[in-house]
Design a protein around this ligand. Sequence first.
Ligand code: PLP
Length: 385
Amino acid sequence: MKTIYFDNNATTKVAEEVLEEMRPLFCELYGNPSSMHTFGGQIGRRIRKAREQVAALLGCDPSEVIFTSCGTESDNAAIKGTLAALPDKRKVITSRVEHPAVLQVCRSLENHGYTVVEIPVDKHGRLDLDELERQIDDDTALVTVMYANNETGVVFPVEKIAEMTAGKAAAFHTDAVQAIGKIPLNLAKSRIDLLSISGHKLHAPKGVGVLYVRKGTRLQPFMLGGHQEAGRRAGTENVPSIIGLGKACELAGKNIKQENQRVKCLRDKLETAILAKCPDCRLNGDKDNRLPNTSNISFEYIEGEAILLMLDKFGICASSGSACTSGSLEPSHVLRAMGVPFTAAHGSIRFSLSRYNTEEEVDYTIEKMPEIVNKLRELSPFVPK
Ligand code: PLP
């Protein structure tokens, strides 16, 4: 059975071109870039190229790119590194709908004497900007708000928030793990100080990420040890994955608008048909201000997990929340923050597409979804008679 993969916000396929670029780095060019010999030195040149490729996609200077081991590390490094550099300030502002890589870090700070403010969202998942602005004061070290939500795809006005934050002399970090490759960025023209990305969300391998740090931003290194990454992140570089991430950024930057327009058309076709053909379902998240690839739909009276299992029987992969929260019976904290009723939050499914999806896959899923929903509702004790 062919797999139809609609779970690209969880992780993506490594692009063939990326794999090809990485291949020689395992058994032929395996030197350590920190070594003095030519064999190791040539690896340094390749890392420089990867740094330039990442910088081109971010619209920044290569010196502002720090390679890390994942998005989670980038988020931790940004938050903890900023607070260590600004020890006199004791307040951090974030949102209620962040990925755990930010939310858990922020919540842990409360045990260390920090005031942590979580800004609420409305029923469409939009951030309360007035409340955010009111909260930024002289004691605020950092505002950390995601670029785009991993569960609903809702995009936050981060440039506006970065301006607000700069005006109050606090640092601004954004987790752009889901935005990268889907939204064009130009950090040279932005007030964003720190930005996290992760390789495995844009067709590079798992286990590599980037923290962008704007020149002049105060940050203490998170990982201490050797002098790698100009002393800003110790640890021998994950060379093949860094090279792969460079290539993935180059590919993502090519035709970024056209590629995402095509993905959006497929997503819209899937979403519109499901909403039309399945009664008692609703879209979660701001329809007009979303990533082009993401659709989060709640189906009343049935469990998201049950839908996933039935989809799986047809080879269709989707998700009932973020991969990190699946396995827990708690409904998604994102949907709960948006005030989605408990039953609807439990019956939510996220479809997340990529440039590798086809119209045939969308059509097949459109055919199967009403069948699955009807069958589960026939068995459900919650459907009103
Ligand atoms: N931030 C967001 C918004 C994510 O969606 C994810 C992964 O799902 C992460 C951070 C964590 O990235 P990584 O898996 O590379 O640690």
